[in-house]
Design a protein around this ligand. Sequence first.
Ligand SMILES: NC(=O)c1ccc[n+]([C@@H]2O[C@H](COP(=O)([O-])OP(=O)(O)OC[C@H]3O[C@@H](n4cnc5c(N)ncnc54)[C@H](O)[C@@H]3O)[C@@H](O)[C@H]2O)c1
Length: 278
Amino acid sequence: MKKLSEKKVFITGAASGIGRTTAIAMGKEGCRLFLTDIDGEGLERTVQVVAGAGGEVCLARAFDVGDYRAMEAFAKDVHQRYGSLDILVNVAGVALFSQIEDMRHSDWEKVIKVNLWGVIHGLECFVPQMIRAGRGGHIVSVSSTAGIIGLPWHTVYAGTKHALVGMSESLRYDLRKHNIGVSVVCPGAVNTGLVQSVQIHAEKQATDKSRKLFLKIAIAPEKVADLIIKAIRERKFMVITSFDIKLFYFVKKYCFPVYHVVMLTMTRLMDKTLKRTG
Ligand SMILES: NC(=O)c1ccc[n+]([C@@H]2O[C@H](COP(=O)([O-])OP(=O)(O)OC[C@H]3O[C@@H](n4cnc5c(N)ncnc54)[C@H](O)[C@@H]3O)[C@@H](O)[C@H]2O)c1
């Protein structure tokens, strides 16, 4: 999809980080934006920034993407007032790093509800209408490095993010006949609100140190927004945002024994650094 101007774009997680910068960048491209986030104040701020940069927000509403009824009601309003979407960008997400024995059932439920059900709700409420409209379009889901590599301490997060890669791959082939492109974005470290909001079941001193280390290698969310727009324009399926992760993924695919040794070492290091509190 070369021309983005006038395209109707729905972005989740638009109050912060990658969602906000994508909304700002797509607003500058002349897209007509539909935005959501659970954080109403942050969402309002994004609407102001987008408008200040000359972008158009058609509708912004705060709700929990894990709540099907809320997503369904929003989709109904969008379809009645504006017709079907051209582009859906699933960004909203939460993170939890833990050893399995320190996780309560509610921890599993929370991450799966936002990261997996949130994306499913977006897909089921908007994509059939896009197909019926017959104008083609594009779907982007923001997964993670944890969507292609089973990182230690990431069990539930990696589960949801791997699921996004799998769903995106199926949709990539199923939706081709409708001229709807699919991209799955796997960022490495990005400097966003998630760096502070990520829940880590480990000692505070150790987690503070890890956050600082993470920020040293993190890229700016604006770079991810640019790569999302490029992926839509060029119909690129998998987007890995940093060279180190590209290399890591390459080694996993083509030299598994080396990858396995690196993963064992990484696990030992993380176990030593992040001390369990449970
Ligand atoms: N920051 C990173 O290093 C990184 C790395 C890989 C993948 N990601 C992924 O990128 C995506 C965006 O995260 P970010 O880094 O911009 O973090 P962020 O915290 O800045 O943004 C996430 C947004 O999602 C919203 N959100 C959370 N729960 C929600 C819910 N139930 N309903 C609606 N909105 C909800 C938050 O309010 C927030 O505005 C996430 O899916 C995350 O997993 C981030």
